[in-house]
Design a binder for this molecule. Structure first.
Ligand SMILES: [Zn+2]
Length: 342
C-alpha cells in the first residue's frame, strides 16, 4: 500500500510535468513551422564556404604561430578578431568599450602569461537583457620542437564559424530584423590549458548568468572522423538534453526543418568513456545550470598534431554546420519564452 502510494504520487507528478512540457513543445513547434522560414534562411545563406575558408586560412596560418595562450601568436589572433568586429561594426562586449576581457597571469596555471577572452555583442530589440552565448576557444598549443600546431580544426573551425554567425546576425539587424534577445560572441582563451578562459568568464561574468538563456559552444566542426567517413553529413551533439529538454527539441526541430544533418548522440551518453561533455568550454556554463550544446566532429589522426592544417577542412560541411548553429541561435533568440529548464 505504501509503495503504491509513493508510485501514484510519482506518476501524478510525472503526468503533470509531461503535459506542461508537451504544451510548450507544441507552441515551439508552431513557432518554428509558422515563423517565416525565408527570413532565417536568407541570413543563414550569407554564411558561405568561401568566406569561412578565407578566414580559416588566415586564422590557422603560420603567422599566428599556433596561438599558444599568452604568446605572440595568440595576441595576433585576438587582435585579428577585434579588427574583424570593428570592421563589421559589431559592438564590443565588455562594458561597451573593449573587446577584451583580461585574465591576469595570477589566475592562470604556472608559466602561462596573461591572456584575454574576446567578446562582441549584438543587442536584442525586445529582451536585450536576455542573451544567447555563442562560443569557441581561440587558443591552441603553439610551437613545439620547432613545429607549428596550426589547429585548423581545433579550433579555427569554431572561431570562423562564430565570425560568420556574427556577420549573419549583423546583416539581419541592418535590415531591421534584430534578434529579440541579445547575442554574445565569445572567443575563449586558455581552453587548451584546462578550460581557464571560460572558467574565468563564469566567475567574472560580463553579462548576468541568470539571464544567459543558453550557450552554444563550438569546438572542432571542420572535419569528418573515421566513423563517418562514408556518411559525412553528421555532427556530434553533446549535452543538449541535460539541462533543458526544450533546448534539445529546438535543436532537432531546426535541423529537421532546414539541414537534415545526422545528429550523432554517441558522446552524449552519461557513461561515455571519453567524457567529452566535461572537456570543452560549455561545461563551465553547464556547471552554472545554463543549458548548453557542444557541437563537435569527433577526433581524427591530426588531433593535437602539427598536421591539423587548413587544406584538410571540409568547407562545404563547415558551412552547413555553421548555418545550423546560426539558425538554432536565431530561434532561441526569437522564441517568445525563456527555455524551460527540465
Ligand atoms: Zn579544442
Amino acid at each position: 500500500m505504501k509503495l503504491y502510494f509513493i508510485i501514484s504520487i510519482f506518476s501524478l507528478v510525472g503526468a503533470c510535468s509531461t503535459t506542461k512540457y508537451t504544451t510548450k513543445l507544441e507552441n515551439i513547434k508552431n513557432d518554428i513551422l509558422v515563423n517565416d522560414s525565408t527570413i532565417v534562411t536568407s541570413y543563414a545563406n550569407t554564411i558561405t564556404a568561401n568566406e569561412l575558408k578565407t578566414h580559416l586560412y588566415q586564422f590557422a596560418s603560420k603567422d599566428f604561430e599556433g596561438r599558444e595562450v599568452g604568446e605572440l601568436g595568440q595576441k595576433k589572433a585576438v587582435n585579428f578578431l577585434k579588427e574583424y568586429y570593428i570592421e563589421q561594426e559589431i559592438k564590443p562586449g565588455v562594458n561597451d568599450t573593449s573587446y577584451f576581457q583580461y585574465i591576469p597571469k595570477t589566475y592562470l596555471p604556472k608559466e602561462i602569461k596573461a591572456s584575454e577572452n574576446v567578446i562582441a555583442y549584438i543587442e536584442g530589440s525586445e529582451k536585450p537583457e536576455e542573451l544567447i552565448v555563442v562560443s569557441a576557444h581561440l587558443d591552441h598549443i603553439g610551437i613545439k620542437k620547432e613545429e607549428i600546431y596550426y589547429g585548423a580544426d581545433d579550433n579555427a573551425s569554431g572561431t570562423v564559424a562564430i565570425m560568420e554567425i556574427a556577420q549573419a546576425f549583423k546583416a539581419a539587424k541592418a535590415k531591421g530584423q534584430h534578434p529579440k534577445r541579445s547575442i554574445v560572441f565569445l572567443h575563449f582563451t586558455a581552453e587548451e590549458v584546462g578550460l581557464q578562459g571560460s572558467k574565468y568568464y563564469v566567475e567574472n561574468p560580463v553579462f548576468k548568468l541568470d539571464n544567459t538563456i543558453a550557450n552554444l559552444n563550438i569546438d572542432m566542426i571542420g572535419r569528418v572522423d573515421e566513423a563517418h567517413k562514408d556518411h559525412p553529413n553528421y555532427i556530434y551533439i553533446i549535452g543538449a538534453d541535460r539541462i533543458s529538454k526544450e533546448l534539445n527539441y529546438v535543436s532537432e526541430a531546426v535541423n529537421k526543418k532546414f539541414y537534415n544533418l545526422n545528429f550523432d548522440y554517441k558522446y552524449n551518453e552519461e557513461d561515455d568513456p571519453n567524457r567529452y561533455y566535461y572537456r570543452s568550454d560549455h561545461y563551465n556554463f553547464a556547471k552554472k545550470n545554463i543549458p548548453v550544446i557542444f557541437y563537435f566532429n569527433g577526433v581524427h589522426d591530426d588531433y593535437h598534431a602539427p598536421t591539423d592544417t587548413p587544406e584538410k577542412i571540409n568547407f562545404e560541411l563547415l558551412e552547413k554546420r555553421t548555418r545550423l548553429i546560426f539558425s538554432t541561435a536565431w530561434y532561441l533568440a526569437n522564441q517568445d519564452h525563456k527555455l524551460i529548464k527540465e
